[in-house]
Design a protein. Structure first.
Length: 221
């Protein structure tokens, strides 16, 4: 255990602290109320725990791939924390992993995901307090910005620190979020009827119509 700590692993305090911070941020932005809200946050929390467990606790992916890694990259210590950034290490970059373009892009995606969660919650909370349909702000561009925020954060962590478990979890969670989105839409149709159907027919589910986004940006300028 002492050797693992020197290499950046076996640091369970960091696993707990980092997991708590990211889950707390997600909780504060989403403020779950319904079973669907709790399921989406719970799935995200499981992904975060799995990722930080391998980042600072036990590098299961490196243990599993140690034979292939040892043959392909002889002499390279994959149990050092820097070499745990597998995408960067596999590309053979000499840049410090924390300043590599891949790592910076991962940070941008994670931050962007949390921004999506925060902006979406602001609009959703205001609409719910008035018992109205959320159709302004991000909800005027896509119907499910909160789920896209969760996906962006998870994708950012996959770029930063890929593991076998999180690579398996990611598509399963994306599919789960899609199912939850469909379920939410059925509820909205029951509650708002034709008003939601009109909104659904005019606003994409996950990816905005970029032409309309740029057009509105030009009108704003």
């Amino acid at each position: 255990m002492h050797g693992e700590s020197q290499n950046g692993y076996g640091l369970w305090f960091l696993v707990i602290v980092n997991s708590f911070i990211f889950i707390f941020f997600a909780f504060s932005f989403v403020k779950p109320k319904t079973k669907t809200d709790w399921r989406s946050l719970g799935a995200f929390s499981a992904f975060i725990l799995a990722m930080f467990t391998e980042m600072y606790g036990i590098p299961l992916t490196i243990y599993f791939l140690s034979g292939w890694l040892g043959k392909t990259f002889p002499g390279l210590d994959f149990f050092s924390h820097n070499n745990g950034h597998l995408w960067i290490t596999l590309f053979g970059s000499e840049i410090d992993p924390h300043f590599h373009p891949i790592h910076l892009a991962a940070n941008a995606m994670i931050i962007g995901g949390f921004v999506l969660l925060a902006l979406a919650w602001k609009v959703l909370h205001a609409a719910q307090s008035r018992m109205e349909l959320a159709t302004t702000g991000l909800y005027s561009k896509i119907r499910h910005p909160q789920y896209m925020g969760f996906v962006a954060i998870m994708l950012g962590f996959l770029l930063m620190w890929p593991t076998i478990l999180t690579l398996i979890m990611f598509p399963a969670l994306v599919f789960m979020y899609h199912r939850l989105a469909r379920k939410e839409e059925d509820t909205m149709i029951e509650e708002f009827g034709s008003k939601y159907m009109a909104y659904k027919n005019s606003v994409p589910a996950y990816f905005p119509k970029w032409a309309s986004v740029f057009k509105r940006a030009e009108e704003g300028s």
